[in-house]
Design a protein around this ligand. Structure first.
Ligand SMILES: OC[C@@H]1[C@@H](O)[C@H](O)[C@@H](O)c2nc(CNc3ccccc3)cn21
Length: 451
């Protein structure tokens, strides 16, 4: 394959998530989520922004699907809001909630766009949080019930299911640093949540496999990054290994080797965090075969040894490379290296989907009415070239989902960070194609990186 070209049938897509785009948070029976609660809590989100309206996608989904069709995408990755399906997280279902996703899937299929459905993208029903949330084992079983409910009603139309989006972020930012909902700062809750998120994946996978007549493929999405020492001090290298152990291996090892990484278990035990030995049948279920691994890649992590930092004895440092509006280094080579590592250490011939890759930049509408975003075009081009090189080396990457279709609610940053290839004017809800959207359409059409 010549560099920059992609295999026949490569799946080109865009990605979004329910709480970030839908709005309509109190419509048609939707229950409260932890992100409704968190975003309405003063001081948690930039300038008090919330997802109450977001991109109003709940009402504008048909027009948004038409934009996807104009882009020429073959697939669309979106998440189902659990609180629309089960407003209390369990018990009584809400048919109007399911009806919205049926309408969305029908609109996609009418335009020949394959739905790729993420079951959980961070919007836990608040009622389950009040019963302990992800730190409580029962939530994993409620998730499996929710997943089975959707499998039974939507599986005929959904070829790809993703159980969890980024369990690391849910566990650590939600339960240890407190930057995300539910805003806890309790390392033990974080480790319990991490295990219950993996357990929830395993239980949903079992429900899928045992449900008979299942037509699709099912996997999980992890946020993965190369972790590199900021200097050549052996202590910095050890710090990098520790962060790699928490960010990457804490999830890859259970999923592909059936056990948590022993060096990290020992590290946390040494801190007086004696993680309870998980039941072996749970670890076996977590390591049950999946059909693909979803990889969200944005940048690398650069670390130094930091004796005073209580959990990991490390601190992340700013690197020398050009950065996006999130302050993340632009490091496309890291994606190629990550894919090579995954294949050699974990996934082998298992298909990989890049379920998120993209960048935020300070976009603005020009006097000519266009949105010129050359930095995003360059970011996307270089990362696609990295994917193409990995494929040429034999890594079985089967698809790429650009984050994101349109500017949206960027969690604790609110609407201050724009990741879309479509610019959203949140005063009017107008969608404006950025130069990167025109470019991505040409890439898809050519099935190759174009200038
Ligand atoms: O930040 C951009 C996107 C976000 O909008 C998606 O909902 C989420 O899936 C997502 N994950 C990452 C990478 N991981 C991450 C790192 C720091 C904070 C939050 C997420 C980036 N993104």
């Amino acid at each position: 394959m010549t560099e920059g070209r992609f295999p026949e049938g490569f799946l080109w897509g865009v990605a979004t998530a329910a709480y970030q785009i839908e709005g309509a948070v109190a419509e048609d029976g939707r229950g409260e989520s932890i992100w409704d609660r968190f975003s309405h809590t003063p001081g948690k989100v930039y300038q008090g922004h919330t997802g109450d309206v977001a991109c109003d996608h709940y009402h504008r989904y048909r027009a948004d699907v038409e934009e996807m069709a104009r882009l020429g995408v073959g697939a669309y990755r979106f998440s189902v809001a659990w609180p629309r399906i089960f407003p209390q997280g369990r018990g009584q279902a809400n048919p109007k909630g399911l009806d919205f996703y049926r309408r969305l899937i029908d609109a996609l299929r009418e335009r020949g766009i394959v739905p790729v459905v993420t079951l959980y993208h961070w919007d836990l029903p608040q009622a389950l949080q009040e019963r302990g949330g992800w730190a409580h084992r029962d939530t994993a079983y409620r998730f499996a019930d929710y997943a089975a409910y959707l499998f039974d009603r939507l599986d005929e139309a959904v070829p790809y299911w993703i159980t969890q989006n980024e369990p690391f972020v849910v566990a650590i930012l939600g339960h240890v640093t407190g930057e995300h909902a539910p805003g806890l700062q309790d390392p033990m809750a974080g480790f319990r949540a991490a295990h219950h998120l993996l357990l929830s994946h395993a239980l949903a996978l079992q429900a899928y496999r045992e449900g008979g007549r299942r037509h699709g493929r099912i996997g999980i999405t992890l946020n993965l990054s190369p972790v590199e020492p900021a200097g050549d001090d052996p202590e910095d290298e050890a710090a990098a290994r520790r962060l790699d152990g928490l960010l990457n291996r804490w999830f890859l090892d259970p999923l592909f080797r059936g056990a948590y990484p022993s060096d990290m278990v020992a590290h946390f035990a040494g801190l007086g965090l004696p993680l309870p030995e998980p039941p072996q049948e749970e670890m076996r279920a977590i390591a049950a075969p999946i059909d693909f691994l979803g990889v969200n890649y944005y940048s690398r992590q650069l670390v130094r040894h930091e004796p005073g930092e209580p959990l990991m004895a490390m601190r992340q440092v700013e690197g020398p490379l050009p950065k996006t509006a999130m302050g993340w280094e632009v490091y496309p080579e890291g994606l190629r290296r990550l894919l090579e590592r995954l294949r050699h250490e974990y996934t082998g011939e298992l298909p990989i989907l890049i379920t998120e890759n993209g960048a935020a930049f300070d976009d603005a509408v020009s006097p000519d009415g266009a949105v010129h975003d050359p930095a995003r075009v360059a970011y996307l081009r270089d990362h696609l070239l990295a994917v193409s090189r990995a494929i040429d080396d034999g890594v079985p990457v089967r698809g790429y989902f650009l984050w994101s279709l349109m500017d949206n609610f960027e969690w604790a940053h609110g609407y201050s960070k724009r990741f879309g290839v479509l610019y959203v004017d949140f005063d009017t809800q107008a969608r404006i194609w950025k130069d990167s959207a025109h470019w991505y359409r040409r890439v898809i059409e050519a099935n190759a990186v174009v200038d």
